[in-house]
Each structure stands twice: as C-alpha cells, then as structure tokens.
Design a protein around this ligand. Structure first.
Ligand code: ADP
Length: 167
C-alpha cells in the first residue's frame, strides 16, 4: 500500500492539478491532497471552500486510487511522517518551476529522509496553466472553460461577477 501526499494551494483547482492527480493515481494506492491555507498568497477562496470544491470535482474523476482531501497547515514532512506517506507529489511545468522545487525537495528529504518527492509532468496543453492566470482571466470577465472543471468555473465566475457589481 503506497501513499502519496499532493500538497498545494489549489486556489482554485485546475485541469493541470487534475492531470497530476490522475497520473499519480496510477503510481500510488492512496493520495492525500493537502490544501494549504497560505494566507501570504491572499487566496480568493478559503481553505474550506477549496477543500469542498476539490472533493466535489473529484467525484467525477475515475481512478483506482483512494483520494482524500484535507486542509493542512505546517510542515508537509510532519504530515508525511504522521501519515506514513512514501512520497510527496509535485507538478513540474517548466524549467522555471525547477529551482524552487529542487530546493524544497532536498530540504524535505533532509527533514524526513523516508519521504521522496516525485515530480510529474502534466500534458503539454496544461504546461502554461496555473491558478493565478485562471483568476486573472476570470477577473476581467474572460472565459475559463478550458482551464477548470464546470463547477470551479461557475464558482470563480460568480465571485468575480459579485466583485464587479460592487465596483
Ligand atoms: P503551490 O504552488 O502554492 O504549492 P499550487 O496549487 O499552485 O500550489 O500547485 C500545487 C502543485 O501542483 C505544484 O507542484 C504545482 O507545480 C502543481 N501544478 C499547478 N498547476 C499545474 C499544471 N498546470 N500542471 C502541472 N502541475 C501543476
């Protein structure tokens, strides 16, 4: 029974994240998606909202692995140790992700040598995608259909519609 943790902010979850979850689910029996509060990034959605949204989106994802979604704050290696996880999953989109990710992976390995970071590359069509660009497009009323599942699209578009009304 191999367990992996997939940590992130997921503000909001995109098709890029889902691509990584599907790939990881072919390698691991259980994947725990940990949602960081990350107040420094001033997220659009609360951690609870992000957890709820991911859970709902995952209902339509057909994979063999067990998928669990939990909010989490703190050191990911502490969580990994507690849950006896074998791996931390991270997505690598471009060279620009690499330096920071390598540093994190090496620090995490120093802190908890039993855990390995596994990097997965998404489908090429998602290499340009991140949550920030989705929010930027939606904030100007652009269509985010190709970037996020329908429920996420509806949620994010509604938030920006409300914001625009208040202006
Ligand atoms: P953070 O960058 O705050 O850790 P994110 O939610 O943005 O959180 O990302 C979580 C993980 O998912 C990271 O490893 C990131 O590289 C990866 N990821 C995000 N978007 C994509 C994408 N389009 N394709 C592949 N991996 C992605």
């Amino acid at each position: 029974m191999k367990t992996a943790i997939y940590p992130g902010t997921f503000d909001p979850i995109t098709y890029g994240h889902l691509d990584i979850i599907e790939r990881a689910s072919r390698l691991f029996d259980k994947i725990i998606i940990t949602v960081a509060q990350n107040p420094t990034k001033s997220p659009l959605l609360s951690a609870e909202e992000r957890v709820e949204l991911i859970r709902k989106v995952l209902v339509d994802v057909d994979v063999d692995a067990t998928l669990i979604v939990e909010p989490f704050e703190g050191l990911i290696v502490d969580f990994a140790r507690k849950r006896k996880a074998d791996a931390i999953i991270r997505g690598l989109r471009a060279i620009s992700d690499f330096e920071y990710e390598l540093q994190m992976a090496l620090v995490n390995r120093r802190l908890y040598p039993k855990v390995s970071t596994v990097f997965l590359m998404p489908h090429e069509k998602y290499t340009y995608l991140n949550s920030s660009i989705v929010k930027e497009v939606a904030s100007f009323g652009g269509d985010i259909e190709n970037f996020v599942p329908p429920l996420v699209r509806e949620t994010i578009e509604n938030i920006y519609k409300q914001k625009r009304k208040k202006r």
